[in-house]
Ligand binder design. Sequence first.
Ligand code: 5GP
Length: 206
Amino acid sequence: MRKERGLLIVLSGPSGVGKGTVRKELFSQPDTNYEYSISMTTRKPREGEVDGVDYFFKSHEEFEQLIVEGRLLEYASYVGNYYGTPLDYVNATLDAGRDVFLEIEVQGASQVRAKAPDGLFIFLAPPSLSELEQRLVGRGTETDDVIASRILAARQELEMMNLYDFVVENDEVQLACDRVNAIVTAEHCRRVRVEKRYLSMLEGEY
Ligand code: 5GP
């Protein structure tokens, strides 16, 4: 039978929400069945980071060449450095029927959404969102300014969620990983995806 194309899974969310921690935990588990797409970056390696494992570390010129040659699925400038996803790797892996997992910031995720609308977009949300109401009205000790800035931050985070299919609260890393895995499993069972395989079988493409 013809091989089903893999699923493109995108994990994103506001800065500081713990995307990297959740991704590292997922990939430290032996039964994780997705391929992590190692990003390109112009940021300098941190202590212990290895080229080709944590990132592909590039110079500014090398990165801009990749942009010009159209070899990135998406890229963004974040805190003074470029970050981007290698297009060839993603396509080859999906074509081989393997799921690809991207852990990227929100500007990049919206580019992927535009280019690959059939991807699975998961928004990692801070637990503060569910605690917000309690914190806002809770003990009544916050000043109006603090409350207003919390409302603004929460509203901006809510607006960012618009582009995503699922929201996973990062209250506890292991729970967040379990939710991501459950979402991916469910997505593979989605009727439109499964139906395609049956139809192609009936059409003799096996
Ligand atoms: P860090 O420098 O801490 O490793 O990553 C900074 C931010 O860049 C994180 O929010 C991370 O998710 C994001 N990031 C990592 N790789 C990529 C990528 O390929 N594309 C985009 N758009 N963001 C990325």
